[in-house]
Structures are given as C-alpha cells and as structure tokens.
Write a protein of this length. Structure first.
Length: 193
C-alpha cells in the first residue's frame, strides 16, 4: 500500500552576504553569515520530532552547512541536482543591475546567458522529484531559493516557469505532499519562518 501521506520538507539555506544584498548566488560557494548560522541552528527546534527516511542537500556550502547546523549532518547526502540555478553571466548581480542592462528580464522566463535556461533547471527538478516519488517516504531537502521554487512548481505539475509564483525566505520551511493519493501532489505549507 502506498504512503499517500508522505511529506517532503524543503528548507532554504540560511542567510549569506549575497542573499542579504540580493545578489544572484548560483555556483559561488558563499558561507552563511552569523545570522544565517543562528537561523540554521533554529531549524533544529522547528523540525524537532520529525523523522525522515533520507536527507538530501545541495552540495553548496550554504545548503549543506544549514543541514549540519539544523542537526541533520550525519544523514545529509549531497545531490548535484539540488544545486542552485547556474546564473552564468549574471552571477553576483542584483535583479536591479540585470534589469538596467536587460529591461523586462525574468530568470524564470529568460534564464541566464552562459548559465542555465529554465528548462535545464526544470529537468534537474524533475530528476529530484522522480527520486522523491520513488522513495515515497518522508524526506528532507536543503537547497536554494530559485531551485526550490522550480521544484515546487514541477511537483504540482506547473511548467518550470511557474517557480515565479513562489517566494522563499532564507531558513524557511515548506512542505510538499499529496491530497488523497500519489496522483494528487499538493503544496501543504509554504515559506514558513
């Protein structure tokens, strides 16, 4: 019998200097700020009492360190597919800086020159979802904002561009699951601080 009530907890990493300044942080391996470390430690209390069949993390320092500080380091398995969007030429730039050069730009529609297109990120999200659905168990995932937004969109059957409809704060917890059975994926909770 399938476990229709399995839940996937998504955690965005704690604050970094670039998340604070609004700079696009794809593959730059930024450490957490002291406030980000404190928020990551606070996740332990917020996730207390929950057990997970597996814990997956982006290989980025900010996501993996968040998993460790939240008390899941011993279980945390790094998955390359969970990496943040590769922003290519836009790495380190703010949205305001990008829009000054390219009015009307949206990462969820236009992707990034010398980086990933939205379909690339969607394909990585689909690979993670396939693994989550195959496990059909309570799982915990640590990653970054734009990737997790695409993951949520794909989870409920939206195109990857649907990630634009979700917003994620640092050190937030979101929960994906099912309504009645595996054919009814839903967002159970979103962006809880």
């Amino acid at each position: 019998m399938s476990n229709a009530h399995s839940q996937i907890h998504l955690v965005r990493h704690g604050e970094t200097a670039w998340s604070l300044s609004g700079q696009h942080t794809g593959r730059t391996d930024m450490p957490l700020t002291p406030a980000g470390e404190a928020a990551a430690r606070g996740l332990a209390e917020r996730l207390k009492g929950l057990s997970f069949s597996a814990v997956w993390s982006s290989p980025s320092r900010r996501a993996y360190d968040t998993s460790v500080l939240a008390g899941f380091g011993a279980q945390s398995v790094k998955k390359d597919e969970l990496q943040e969007w590769d922003y290519g030429a836009y790495e380190g730039l703010t949205t305001k800086q990008i829009l000054a050069e390219r009015p009307g730009w949206s990462v969820f529609r236009d992707g990034c020159p010398k980086g990933e297109a939205v379909t690339d990120v969607g394909a990585r999200a689909d690979a993670i979802i396939a693994g989550l659905r195959a496990a059909n168990a309570d799982m915990l995932v640590f990653s970054s904002a734009h990737f997790l937004r695409v993951l949520a969109a794909r989870w409920i059957g939206l195109p990857p561009e649907g990630g634009a409809l979700f917003v994620l704060n640092t050190a937030s917890i979101s929960v994906l699951g099912y309504e009645h059975d595996l054919g009814e994926p839903v967002v159970r909770r979103w962006n809880q601080k």
